[in-house]
Design a protein around this ligand. Sequence first.
Ligand code: CA
Length: 463
Amino acid sequence: MWLQVGLLCLPFLFLSSLSQATDRASLHRSSDPAIRCHYTFTVTRPEDSSCPESGLTPETDAILSRLTLLEALVSRVMAGAEGATGTGVRANSEEGLQEAYSQVTRERNQLQQDKEHLNRQIQELQRRLAELSQEAESLRQTPCQQTHTTGGPEHERRPASDPAHHFGNGDYQEMKAEVTEVPASHLISEGNHNFTGCGELLSVGDPVLHRKADSITGKYGVWLQDPEPQGAYYTNKTVWRIDAVGKDVRQLFVYEDMDQFSRGFPRKVLALPEPMESTGATIYRDSLYYQRKLSRTLIHYSLTSESLVSHLDLPSASFHGQYPYSWGGYTDIDLAVDEQGLWAIYSTSKAKGAIVISQLDPESLVVKKSWETKIRKNTVANAFMVCGRLYTLASYTAPNTTINYVFDTATSVGLAVSVPFKNKYRYNSMLDYNHAQKKLYAWDNFHMVTYDVRLRRVGHGNR
Ligand code: CA
């Protein structure tokens, strides 16, 4: 028992001396019924202690040494890790740059595509703007402008500039008023509804599709029916078609009637003696009239004898792109037929691009009489003749455009008009009038269509 008490008290002796060495430590003693000493030892925190380092044990030194080694090792590992991390960063940076470069390249390509797309849209908008400006110009040429008395080259398409036009002319006011403002019921009451004689163009109906070309050669061309067939071999039901795409246009397809035409079953194919230029050909009294390629030479070809009847140069006529219609296509010389015979619509160097109209002898092709208008040929899409009057189409692509000008060969008066016209297929390359059918024939972007037309009585005497 005493030994146990002594052992329990030894720490007290040691700690008691330690307590004496420092006044910052304290020791408390207590006893319990089991005759055991209990001591409570309190010491200040290490940073406040004045214990000398020599008081550290060898084990503590060893631990410190090992900690130092571990710190050194950790430092090296960290340094290596940082080095490794740097390499990874460089690698990652290279990959990142490559990805960024690829991304930039893709975005650049996309931007280039967008730019090209926008450029195309700009071109299309500019073209549409030009068309709209042209139509707006036509609309501005309303009767109220007759109060102006000036004209000149810069206003060539304005009726006021036409030297043959007289301000206050009743024709112009009458045309404008009745085309745009008079109700249809009023027109019908005047008897125009059933009017079938020769008169002025009142309206053009919606296009009626008869045939769609099935190859690229049918992008544009000519198709017609003869308004005045002379014999029984071909009739006014016969349909004639020429695909005008190609370097050597010589094939003339003949169809029994509109049904066979729509089905695509030609009766025969004629080979023309000379290659054809553009889409200005016409059919009249069993003959085909057309412009020989790369020339101002007109060809008169007999459909019944299938032979050349005559050929003659159209005096001073421009050709092969000098003064075409707005859609191009070497449409310099446009031949037309109406109630009064065979016509050529073209321009000359002397006329400087203004439309010239010449009435031709159907046999010899000699010019019988000519008229020079003030409308530039390349500002209109096409033209046709009705009852001795020239009518021009404002646009070949606008789905809703107008017949925007008329020139009367009887009075040499040119007038702006606005008769609605639809280019349903947006690329109208041919437009001709058939006075027997009272229809316009058109070739609109592979589509062969007709339009019903209505004429009105002419107030100052029918012709
Ligand atoms: Ca024409």
